[in-house]
Design a protein around this ligand. Sequence first.
Ligand code: LLP
Length: 434
Amino acid sequence: MFVNDCLNVNAEGHLTIGGCDTVELAKKYGTPLYVLDENVIRSTCKSYVSSIEKHYNGNGLALYASKALSCKALCELAAEEKMGLDVVSGGELYTALKAGFPVEKIHFHGNNKTYDELNFALDNNIGKIVVDNLTELETINSLCVEKGKIQKIALRIKPGVDAHTHDFIRTGQIDSKFGFALETGEAMEAVKESIKLSNVELTELHCHIGSQIFDIDPFVTAAEIMMDFIRAIKDETSHIVTELNLGGGFGIKYTNKDNPTAYDNYMNSVSRAVHAKAEQYGIPVPFIYIEPGRSIVGEAGITLYTVGAVKTIPNVRTYVSIDGGMCDNIRYALYQSEYTVVTANKADKEPDTVVTVAGKCCESGDLIQENTKIVNAKPGDILAVLSTGAYNYSMASNYNRIPKPPIVMVNNGEDRLIVKRETYEDLIKNDIDL
Ligand code: LLP
């Protein structure tokens, strides 16, 4: 009935997630409220782990891209599910360390890691730094010389693959701020430089072509290009790159228009391409990393809001205003992302009214969805926005000094708080009294 498997409707006609009544959750924790279904997250992690087992004989590791949603509970969960972790800032790294995440399974990404962040990563012996540019490469090497250590690195490569997705979340093409381009020779130059340097060890190549991608072909093409490059490196330098990171980007279902294919299908096609190239070139099949973020947490999450004002402008539109907005979900404002909206306390009724769901921020563009059909919503009703597990909490802000909502994890009818609601006191804790 709903886009997400974890959702249902109970005898009261209320939307449920993970066996919990969303109206009760809203009462217990207040709104806005992020809710995550633990079983969905764990079973998605398991499907990646078993897919790697199946297609690469276990010779690989799925890293959870924690930018999708970083908090201690999720880092702990990812570790329990035998995943590695992709972090992209000192803050995400700190969160992982505080959660006791195994450091050797952490990859540190970013196109402009600061000196302090690199120092922090090196001091904590994290597994791999994914180098984005030559300045960073030299900084890492000289820090390692000072510290008397050797750091394993990956190089981020732009494979030149154009994945069909929103412009802002496309990263594999030549005009991208991320990584080294193949076409210009920049990537080979970075390889040669890495090999020359004394205190870094180049073991891995990385690419990530974009996010929310449904086609399998761009992933296959990217993998082939990367295998070609591994061979070119061997031919030109005799250096064997033994690990290949193919990034994340697998699409999820936001509305019934989205039709993602099972992850195992990506794995199957990509692994065939990798194995075929390895055989053709007489090189070992590299250890494979993948970095799913959105697909781990996205469909597992919903956001609950309480409806306040409902404003009908005759012959224009009806605004249904909620107690959150772009401060907890900026994705419509930023990318016009489509979402499914459900009136959670009337989830057994057929949607009958076309409305615009508006946030409470002082900004006309603060909308969650336009022209969406929902069950007629009145003040006090609970709205659920579906598939908000990824890139919602992690992109939340305190615009208008609105405190960030809490996150509740549900599992087979049980609920537990994993992130507290921010308080007004939290908002002013860094303000200096004059
Ligand atoms: N690896 C790298 C290097 C990445 O840059 C990303 C996402 C991922 C993995 C995870 O990709 P995923 O599996 O989640 O698609 N804020 C945007 C998404 C930005 C994605 C950035 N990089 C959104 O809300 O749609």
